[in-house]
Design a protein around this ligand. Structure first.
Ligand code: SF4
Ligand code: SF4
Length: 400
């Protein structure tokens, strides 16, 4: 009889969560995937029910007495459904008993991956690319530092390291360029890794936690240690999330992890960073899932970006209907662009429409995945909003 293990790797909290759902239905109303799909069979609430049932079949009293019941078809279908989730955390933000599916599903993906269910080929391919070139885009390592402008002075060693991340280094280059201009203007000494590898978020969130994930993390941690770093500041919210949750699972992390917007908003508050060029217009801001909600009880990093935006003279910041902990997810995260691009496309449109409804001329983002997601929505003609999409670092650096 086939052996099955559906519990190893879950924390005590997650084991309790599996049994805690009251079936109130809040998560169903707030899940952006359910809204986009209109599929009541694959809600967070239903996934919890299905997984609990399968755990019962594999580990319950009956399974102990007569052996586990393994329904291959049911397991495979469930494993596929697990990837129809962007791990945005909205369900966790509204759940009255505090069930955080955004984390639970990521750990259940790791379990299903170990058991051989789910989109194995896609995950194998993503893992192999990462092992080869240390970024998820299959681009050469030699191109990673091409964003660095000529003459940029970077300290060899410093207490603060700016962790660039793959999406900034290869795709959204406006972001690292804005970041270094703002750090320079603040007079904050910082260093960078000359040979930075992927943070490991893409395999981690897909449930691949083996040798390749560990290798990426170890390489970065060793490099940062060698530079005497005490504080690491990524900008990408996914880098931040995996550094705080995933890195300590495989290595000892001997430094603090903060978000770059925390560093910059401190500089604004202390008067070290000021903007001189006014921007006389209305802007709105989209809270990225992993900054406003994060994993676990959430990051709640919502004040810092607003402080920076409001410190720019002339700017009128207007809020989108759904903001902070309840911001809409545009379908950029959780590996969805890799596993279900069509769903990711569909999810991006309501966010752009909601931003337009504010009457703003500019929509500011603080997540490279979201920024790239919107760019793709426009370039592929899926939806063309009547406002400009800019990253907060790019926008702020232009007002120095
Ligand atoms: S994390 Fe987001 S996409 Fe996933 S189940 Fe919860 S609300 Fe839905
Ligand atoms: S919000 Fe929480 S308790 Fe309510 S149905 Fe969803 S998971 Fe269950």
């Amino acid at each position: 009889m086939k052996k099955i293990d559906l519990l190893s790797g879950l924390s005590k909290r997650e084991l309790v969560e599996l049994d805690a759902c009251t079936r109130c239905g809040n998560c169903v109303q707030w899940c952006p995937v359910v809204t986009a799909r209109e599929d009541q069979g694959n809600t967070p609430m239903e996934k919890l029910r299905k997984y609990r049932e399968m755990v019962q079949d594999a580990h319950g009293l009956r399974a102990r007495l007569f052996g586990p019941r393994v329904d291959e078809e049911k397991l495979e279908k469930f494993a596929q459904e697990l990837y129809e989730c962007t791990t945005c955390g909205r369900c966790g933000a509204v759940c009255p008993v505090g069930i955080h599916c955004q984390e639970l599903w990521v750990d259940v993906r790791a379990i299903m991956r170990r058991q051989g269910y789910g989109p194995q080929e896609k995950i194998d391919a993503a893992r192999d690319i990462l092992e080869e070139v240390h970024n998820p885009f299959d681009l050469p390592m030699e191109e990673r530092n091409r964003w660095i402008p000529e003459g940029l002075e970077i300290a060899e060693e410093a207490e603060l390291a700016f962790f660039v991340g793959c999406e900034l280094a290869y795709k959204a280059k406006e972001m690292p360029l804005g970041a270094v201009r703002l750090l320079e203007a603040s007079g904050i000494p910082y260093t960078l890794l000359e040979e930075e590898w992927c943070c490991g978020f893409p395999p981690y969130v897909l449930g691949e936690r083996g040798r390749v994930f560990r290798g990426e993390v170890e390489k970065n941690v060793e490099g940062l240690k060698a530079k005497g770093v005490k504080k690491v500041a990524p900008y990408c919210p996914c880098c931040l999330a995996v550094m705080r949750r995933g890195w300590p699972e495989v290595v000892d992390v001997p430094f603090q992890v903060v978000h770059l917007l925390e560093v910059l908003s401190d500089a604004v508050r202390e008067g070290r960073l000021a903007f001189t060029k006014p921007f006389e217009a209305r802007v709105t801001y989209h809270d990225p899932c992993y900054l406003s909600r994060g994993w676990g009880d959430g990051e709640e990093l919502t004040r810092e970006p607003r402080e920076i935006i409001r410190s720019i003279p002339g700017v009128e910041l207007v809020e989108m209907e759904h903001n902070r902990k309840l911001s809409l997810c545009p379908g950029a995260g959780g590996g969805l662009r890799r596993t279900n691009l069509e769903l990711s496309h569909d999810m991006s449109v309501p966010v752009l429409k909601e931003a337009e409804e504010t009457g703003a001329e500019v929509l500011l983002t603080a997540c490279p995945a979201v920024y790239e997601r919107f760019k793709m929505t426009v370039s592929e003609g899926i939806y063309r909003p009547k406002l400009k999409v800019m990253d907060i670092l790019e926008f702020a650096a232009a007002q120095l």
